[in-house]
Design a protein around this ligand. Structure first.
Ligand SMILES: [Zn+2]
Length: 222
C-alpha cells in the first residue's frame, strides 16, 4: 500500500513540475515574441534591412556574372559563380526566417551595374564589396544586436559575415585565375558557405555535417 501511495505522489509531483515548467516556458516565449517587433528592434531592424538589401544586390550582380561566364564557356568559373549565387539565396532564406516574425516588407536595394571590361574585373569588384561587408559592416551590427539582447539576430548576422568573407576569397581567387578545374564545388544549403575542393566533415561556419552539403554540378548551363 505504501508503495502505491509513493508512486501516486511521485507521479503527481512530476506532473506538477511539468505544468509549472511549461507555463514558465510559455511566459518566456511570449516575452521574447513581444520584444521582437519593428519598434523594439530599432537600429537592429535597420541592420536586418540593410543586410537584406546587400544580399539582394549581391545576388542580382552574381546572376550577371554567371551569365557572362556561361557566354564565355568557362564552366569551372560558371559553376563557382552559381555556387556563390546559391549561397546568397541560402543566406536570404536564413534572414527571411527571422524577418517573418516582423512582417517586414521588401526593401529597396541599389542595383550594381554590370559594366566591367572583363568577368575577372566584375568578380574582383564583387569580392571587394563582399569583403567590405563582412569585415567592416557586419561586426558592428553583430555587436549592436548582441547588446540589445537579440542573440538570434546576432548569430544570423555573424554567419552572414563569415559566409560573405569566404565568398569574397573565392571570387577573388576566380578573378585571379586560381580556379582549379578539377576541384569540385560544394554548397552548405543551411548557411550558404561554399567549399572548393575537399569538403570539411562539418561546415566550418554552421556545423552542418558534410552529407547535408550539395555538390554543385558543372556544365549545367541554364
Ligand atoms: Zn553551413
Amino acid at each position: 500500500m505504501d508503495n502505491w501511495l509513493m508512486l501516486v505522489i511521485g507521479v503527481v509531483v512530476v506532473v506538477v513540475i511539468e505544468v509549472i515548467a511549461y507555463r514558465a516556458y510559455k511566459r518566456y516565449r511570449a516575452r521574447k515574441e513581444a520584444r521582437f517587433t519593428k519598434e523594439s528592434l530599432g537600429e537592429v531592424f535597420g541592420d536586418m534591412e540593410a543586410t537584406r538589401a546587400y544580399l539582394l544586390r549581391a545576388k542580382e550582380f552574381l546572376k550577371q556574372c554567371s551569365k557572362q561566364a556561361k557566354e564565355e564557356g568557362d564552366e569551372a568559373v560558371a559553376c563557382l559563380v552559381d555556387s556563390l549565387l546559391a549561397g546568397e539565396r541560402a543566406q536570404l532564406e536564413g534572414l527571411e526566417e527571422l524577418r517573418q516574425k516582423l512582417d517586414a516588407k521588401a526593401v529597396e536595394f541599389q542595383k550594381k551595374e554590370y559594366d566591367f571590361p572583363t568577368l575577372a574585373d566584375a568578380l574582383e569588384s564583387y569580392a571587394a564589396e563582399a569583403a567590405a561587408w563582412a569585415y567592416d559592416t557586419v561586426p558592428g551590427m553583430v555587436q549592436r544586436a548582441r547588446k540589445e539582447g537579440y542573440r538570434d539576430v546576432a548569430k544570423q548576422l555573424r554567419i552572414i559575415g563569415e559566409v560573405e568573407g569566404g565568398h569574397a576569397d573565392l571570387a577573388r581567387g576566380a578573378a585571379q585565375g586560381q580556379v582549379d578545374r578539377e576541384h569540385e564545388v560544394s554548397l552548405c544549403p543551411t548557411c550558404g558557405a561554399v567549399y572548393f575542393g575537399r569538403r570539411p566533415a562539418f561546415c566550418t561556419i554552421c556545423n552542418q555535417p558534410n552529407f547535408e552539403m550539395e555538390r554543385m554540378r558543372r556544365g549545367v548551363l541554364d
